[in-house]
Design a protein around this ligand. Sequence first.
Ligand code: MN
Length: 427
Amino acid sequence: MPIKTNDPTKKSWISVDANSDFPIQNIPFGVFLTRDDIITIGTRIGNYAIDLGALHQLGYFDGIPLTDDIFLQDSLNDFISDGKKTWRLVRNRIGEIFEIGNTSLQQNEAHKKIVLFTMDEVEMQLPVLIGDYTDFYSSKEHATNVGTMFRDPSNALLPNWLHIPVGYHGRSSTIIPSGTPIHRPNGQTFPKGAETPVFGPSKLVDFELETAFITTDANVLGEPIPIDEAEDYIFGMVIFNDWSARDIQKWEYVPLGPFLAKNFASSISPWIVTLDALEPYRTKSPVQNPKPLPYLQQTGAKAFDINLEVDITPEAGEPTTVTKSNFKYMYWTMAQQLTHHTINGCKVNSGDMMGSGTISGPTPDSYGSMLELSWQGTKPVPLGNGETRKFIEDNDTVTLRGYCSKDGIRIGFGEVSTKLLPAITVK
Ligand code: MN
């Protein structure tokens, strides 16, 4: 089925700024509270949130096999379960309804009043009920930087790294949407020179610049997903800040990996941009040498050219962009990650989320964490107001953005922005 709404010549009767992340070619999916405090599934064009529950009730999706309440829900999980064919039918139909020249909704003032909200009238929620969350470690530059800092520059990558998309099972209960502030975590650390561990607020709170993909029901228990089919089970992507407390991490992570250093908060951008919308931005991923095992060998362009950047905004001051990276630098692709995840028969459900791992580029101005940007605190990062940062300080706001741009069309994710509040006092 053609993805008609991706047509770059298409224009909407809703006016869209040239630098907007949300032209009619995007049609992302999210969940929001309306001005009447009703929760609904919606999409966005320009600066307007569109209530898909209301559109469906008014008959605009007639002819598409959808249950009556599919959009009147507080998560996208059931819609995602409907599968790729339905996602395409719905995106194409939304593209038709809002295309310039189609007056059915445009000239129906009563319907428009029910369906359209300006973005300042809605409150974005988590788009999916995330059952399981996995985080990978798939940027070679990031893994090399971390290995160089913590182990041995000449053996920066561990022996398994070039053969396995390394990952760990994270925690979904603390995944939060953009705009939700968090507290600096308390925990155990073992500072240099100390003789026993100490308890208190983490001193090394960091962001991780990542993307994440959301899956549909992909397999039954015991059945792996072949690499050539993996992308069919990926609904879309979000921008993801995997908050990390480096000092807690360093003391706790041997031998089982990250635990409390990572599960105090992970922030996501609220609009899921579909893989279909990202189709025009496919590009080749880095050459894999050595060649992966046959079950991980893929054909075609499986990477996406997504520009990524991070701002730090101090309490008193303007935002400073501290890094610019790109999703295309990822060594392991999403298809390889999902295939590897299920090769042992692990079951993947609708609404599961899988993080890319910190996405660092090849140059020091493209690193995806403060750990790397400040090289463990040895190179303070300058901010526009004259201050510097080695890690994130109290009352800093960290904002991640992502967008694709080609042939005059920009498809973006908006942002994920989170303020770090001081630690809560533990008695
Ligand atoms: Mn991570």
